[in-house]
Design a protein around this ligand. Structure first.
Ligand code: FE2
Length: 211
């Protein structure tokens, strides 16, 4: 009895898998996954460029955040690629770019880009995946949208911190840590140079202990 149940379950699973694979080929979701793969791949490259701009403008922490997000997006592309492991589709992607002269421009672009992808592009990808019955893929799109929403908010906050002069100055004492040598001290502002390693203010960030 148990054996029969097990056999039926396995047979059902394979039938279901075959069914999914059959309907996946040529589906809109297959196309959308390919589009999502290109989008996220392009975002990785863009954020590596923005990370360089942040360094150039004296914001080491922001540079590191762009690199961290780029690395997380690498994980998104891996997830997407796994679903597309045996696909052969043609996609046409729109390309648009914006001129940037400083890290403020980069943060503005990144914040808008993440919001746009979360609320428009990936929203459509998710909706179509649900409609076509690809629940696992739809759930991934839903989660990617949540991540993008967070990126959008974080880039917007980093931008307003620069605009309000809050990156290296706060209205009360906080603990600052030097990203280069690990020196910690308490003040309402980051020093112009680190007394530990002599590196510039760009290397200071507010200490966060999240463990
Ligand atoms: Fe230092």
């Amino acid at each position: 009895m148990t054996f029969l149940f097990l056999f039926n379950s396995i047979a059902y699973f394979y039938f279901k898998l075959d069914n999914i694979m059959e309907t996946f080929k040529g589906s809109k979701t297959e196309q959308n996954l390919a589009k999502a793969w290109y989008l996220e791949t392009a975002n990785i490259r863009l954020y590596e460029i923005f990370a360089k701009q942040a360094k150039k403008d004296g914001f080491e922490q922001i540079s590191a955040i762009f690199m961290e997000v780029a690395e997380q997006k690498r994980s998104h592309t891996k997830t997407i690629y796994r679903f597309l492991h045996d696909s052969n589709v043609e996609t046409v992607s729109a390309f648009s770019s914006k001129k940037f002269d400083n890290i403020q421009d980069c943060l503005r672009v990144a914040s808008e880009l993440e919001l746009n992808e979360s609320t428009i592009l990936f929203e459509e990808f998710e909706r179509i995946a649900w409609e076509e019955g690809f629940k696992r893929i739809a759930t991934k799109f839903k989660l990617f949208r949540r991540i993008k929403q967070f990126y959008h908010e974080r880039f917007a906050t980093l931008l307003s911190n620069i605009e309000e002069g809050k990156v290296f100055k706060r209205d009360k004492k906080v603990k600052w840590i030097c990203r280069k040598c690990g020196l910690i001290y308490e003040s309402d502002r980051a020093l112009k140079n680190c007394p530990g390693c002599e590196h510039p203010q760009a290397y200071f960030e507010i200490l966060a202990e999240n463990y």
